[in-house]
Design a binder for this molecule. Sequence first.
Ligand code: DQA
Length: 154
Amino acid sequence: MTQSVMVLNGPNLNLLGQREPGIYGAHTLTDVEGLCRSACAQHGMTLEFRQSNHEGVLIDWLHEAGAAQARGELAGVVFNAGAYTHTSVALHDAIKGAQVKVIELHISNVHAREPFRHHSYLSPAVQGVIAGFGVHGYQLAIAALAMDKQAEVK
Ligand code: DQA
């Protein structure tokens, strides 16, 4: 069965390209979607790409992803939760509750930035974390999910 990857983007990521370009670069979220679509195609997977500024919507999507993963339809989630990374117990609980495989993704190297960005509520609940590789981190995260999938088949 062809599996999909769900890429979820949290608050303010709709502003990519115009938002602090010195930190996040010039690529727009539409550019990122294109990169993700090519990466998924390269690995024989399909893409579901979403963005919301609302915590509850992100929680609902994680639940949906967990159900799709349980049916064998989803390889996992690449999740850039934006600032909710540093504040949200609810997103931590959603990942655990939905038993969904998540790769936490940050465009910037959050550990080289302000101290309030050094703690993640998500990290203890996810498979792994990719940070600091710009928008190419999304491609790395998709590759990681594809490798995981292959390892499961062997
Ligand atoms: C971010 C890092 C977060 O600290 C910040 O709040 C974001 C984007 C990143 O992609 O580097 O919104 O997740």
